[in-house]
Design a binder for this molecule. Structure first.
Ligand SMILES: [Zn+2]
Ligand SMILES: [Zn+2]
Length: 131
């Protein structure tokens, strides 16, 4: 069981299923949304993601056609992405987890859009665009 939430604590969730395809995304949209060098997401079947509180604070931003980004309207935390291309799953932002989920990121995507000031220093596979 993984638990997590936004910075202000209004939005809380738990995940009771497997989290797969854990990756660092270097695309320009993730960098802007997270205010960071990259964002880290894992894929979870939507039925395994339970919202415990704060759903009234959830805001959706359509960052591109068919791609929704959910964030907290009170504190700005980026919580997840959803794509029309992958119905039934959510991409949860690992930065919102409470503790150690026990698994580690597997690869980097959209490395072709990487921030010029950031250097990847691990040996994980890198993909120029999506995997
Ligand atoms: Zn919040
Ligand atoms: Zn991205």
């Amino acid at each position: 069981m993984v638990t997590g939430g936004c910075l202000c604590g209004e939005i809380r969730y738990e995940i009771d299923g497997e989290i797969t395809e854990v990756s660092h995304c270097h695309c320009g949209m993730c960098r802007k949304m997270h205010g960071a060098a990259f964002a880290t997401f894992g894929t979870v079947e939507r039925e395994h993601l339970r919202w415990l509180s704060g759903e009234e604070y959830m805001q959706v931003y359509d960052s591109s056609a068919g791609l929704e980004r959910v964030f907290c309207s009170r504190c700005g935390s980026s919580l997840l992405c959803r794509s029309d291309k992958a119905p039934g799953v959510d991409y949860i932002a690992l930065g919102t987890f409470d503790g150690d989920p026990g698994f580690r990121p597997e690869y980097h995507i959209w490395v072709g859009s990487k921030a010029p000031w950031y250097t990847i220093t691990d040996d994980l596979p890198r993909f120029e665009e999506s995997d």
